[in-house]
Design a protein around this ligand. Structure first.
Ligand code: GAL
Length: 474
């Protein structure tokens, strides 16, 4: 860890980049909800307030989803002083009152604009109006800005041009004195992953997500730099690469596909912004979104993304021509390791992973010290909440909720942070012990088609003494 940090510092000095912004926000990936995926421009005050209430009553706020983010289509031009007007038909109480109510629910409020002449849905954009707009956001009590890329007036094409355009809003936000999480949405254009961390808390890596497991999309990041469409070759950077809002619960994928989607977003340290309509939240979506053992990987204090250690493209193709099997691995707090066995192929498969592969990034060809230890394997989906109990929670009157949350052994991260829970080895964050790997060995699991299995490996070597990081207080 220490040497990695040192290398990052040296690289930062060479490239003139800050290591990452330090506005005290999103030290772990932000969590919350955004209306765009399920509802597009159908935004209103009641949508935000009903959703806020649902976040509280479903327990999702307490498990960590604390940002309510309003996307495009909320404004109504500018006033004569050049300040954005909120659409009072959609938000009759005005944006400041909406923000107040959201805050009263123990939640934070996010808004959207574009570093362009217009937003993507052709509402007023913030390009060249940054100071005014940042002031409006601050005055309304906004805690988060998602900043898009449409109608950028040709100000793109090199990392420097895009960086400069996005930095103006970063400076304007800072000028207000109100801390706001700054979430870039320039779709990975101009290699955002090389500069996003200097001016923002998170940055989108790709074009818009689609609620389908198999739909190919050239706007996705890719790994073939010789492909001219590959605008953001796979990166391995620290902090929040934003893979776009979640689709869990929107109906386009199976339960297993949604589990795989959620597992990958958590392990890759993407922000976890639910993109479904919470007013019609189903039990099966709730029990994916509220799994504390998976969220603990997302909120791990080390903040390191998993990396792919194996890719098999010749696996059985499904009817869409997709046939990949992948193994992903990454380090977690306290010397633990997360491993994902992803089966994107057309048939169920037995996937195995050896310690040599799992710890590839700690040393090539089995040279990583962890390969010589024994490990316990914890299945992070084995304790998924029962759908019947989740349905009871969704149906319960408010005064019965506390008892039900107790019955469900709900993880309340507003009382005990994920970091503290991990320090205490809270069993809800660890999943279920299902296997053991001896030094130099491997483990395997049956993984259904279009699904993923997700594990936490814990060292049992050295007489059970686990590795303690030099930087214990991250
Ligand atoms: C896109 C953006 C989406 C959504 C939409 C609103 O550019 O990627 O997430 O914000 O604009 O118009």
């Amino acid at each position: 860890m220490a040497s990695t940090m040192h290398l990052a510092l040296v690289l930062a000095l060479f490239t003139g980049q800050a290591i990452s912004v330090n506005n005290g926000l999103a030290r772990t990936p932000q969590m919350g909800w955004n209306n765009w995926n399920a509802l597009g421009c159908d935004v209103s005050e009641s949508l935000l307030l009903d959703t806020s209430k649902k976040l509280v009553d479903s327990g999702l706020r307490d498990v960590g989803y604390n940002y309510v983010v309003l996307d495009d289509c909320w404004s109504d031009g500018r006033d004569e002083d050049g300040f954005l007007k909120d659409d009072l038909e959609k938000f009759p109480s005005g944006m400041a009152a909406v923000a107040d109510e959201i805050h009263r629910q123990g939640l934070l409020f996010g808004m959207y604009s574009s570093a362009g002449e217009m937003t993507c849905a052709r509402y007023e954009g913030s390009l060249d109006w940054e100071d005014n707009d940042a002031k409006s956001f601050a005055n309304w009590g906004v805690d988060y800005l998602k900043y898009d890329n449409c109608y950028h007036m040709g100000r793109f094409g090199t990392p420097k041009i895009s960086f400069d355009r996005y930095k103006v809003m970063w400076d304007a936000i800072n000028g207000t004195g109100r801390p706001m999480l700054y979430s870039l949405c320039n779709w990975g254009e101009d290699y955002t992953h090389t500069w996003g961390m200097s001016i923002a808390n998170s940055w989108r890596m790709s074009g818009d997500i689609y609620d389908s497991f198999t739909r190919p999309d050239d706007l996705c990041s890719c790994t073939d730099p010789s492909n001219p469409l590959c605008v953001a070759p796979g990166s391995h950077s620290w902090r929040m690469n934003d893979l776009d809002m979640l689709e869990v619960g929107n109906g386009g994928m199976t339960d297993e596909e949604y589990k795989a989607h959620f597992s990958m977003w958590a392990a890759l340290k993407s922000p976890l912004l639910m993109g479904n309509d919470l007013r019609t939240l189903s039990a099966s979506a709730l029990t994916i979104l509220n799994n504390p053992a998976v969220i603990a990987v997302s909120q791990d204090p080390e903040g390191r993304s998993v990396a792919r250690v194996r890719r098999e493209v010749n696996a059985a193709k499904d009817k869409y021509g997709v046939g990949e099997i992948q193994v992903w691995s990454g380090s977690l707090y306290g010397g633990d390791q997360v491993v994902i066995l992803l089966n994107a192929a057309g048939e169920d498969a037995h996937i195995s992973a050896s310690l040599e592969e799992i710890f590839l990034h700690d040393g090539p060809e089995g040279s990583a010290p962890q390969v010589n230890g024994d490990w316990e394997v914890y299945d992070l989906w084995a304790n998924r909440m029962d759908n019947k109990l989740a349905q009871k929670i969704l149906d319960a009157p408010v005064d019965k909720l506390e008892r039900l949350f107790k019955e469900a052994n709900w993880y309340n991260s507003t009382e005990v942070s994920y970091k503290d829970g991990l320090k205490r080895s809270d069993p809800r964050l660890l999943g279920k012990n299902v296997d053991k790997i001896s030094a130099g060995g491997s483990f395997s699991a049956k993984v259904k088609r279009h699904s993923a299995e997700m594990y936490r490996l814990r060292s049992v070597g050295n007489g059970g003494k686990r590795k303690v990081h030099a930087k214990e207080e991250l």
